[in-house]
Write a protein that binds this ligand. Structure first.
Ligand SMILES: [Zn+2]
Length: 101
């Protein structure tokens, strides 16, 4: 779960969703007001989660499961990923750019 690196306050699920769904990469901690950024590692994990949403389509390529069944699974998986993703968010006090690691 996302913990503020400045005050060690753990953001709850709702706060994390609200902060991470904005276009602004800087997220202000609701506890101390300090700006927090998502780490590169965290961003990679989130993109991996997005891939999971597309997994049923991949399964379809290798099996005889009807497409309509898999397509009806997509929103379910999307909801599960959405519910889980705040647990994968990791915060840093410093903003990092790709390739800096
Ligand atoms: Zn804080």
């Amino acid at each position: 779960m996302s913990t503020c690196q400045n005050c060690n306050n753990m953001w709850n699920w709702k706060q994390t969703i609200r902060k991470t769904t904005t276009l602004d990469p800087a997220m202000t901690c609701p506890n101390c007001g300090e700006k927090q950024y998502q780490t590169q590692k965290s961003k990679k994990r989130i993109s991996f989660l997005t891939v999971i949403i597309l997994l049923p389509l991949l399964i379809q390529t290798f099996s005889d499961i009807p497409v309509i069944m898999l397509l009806s699974l997509l929103p379910v998986i999307a909801v599960i990923v959405f519910l889980l993703y705040p647990f994968f968010v990791e915060l840093s006090s410093k903003e990092r750019y790709i390739g800096e690691e």
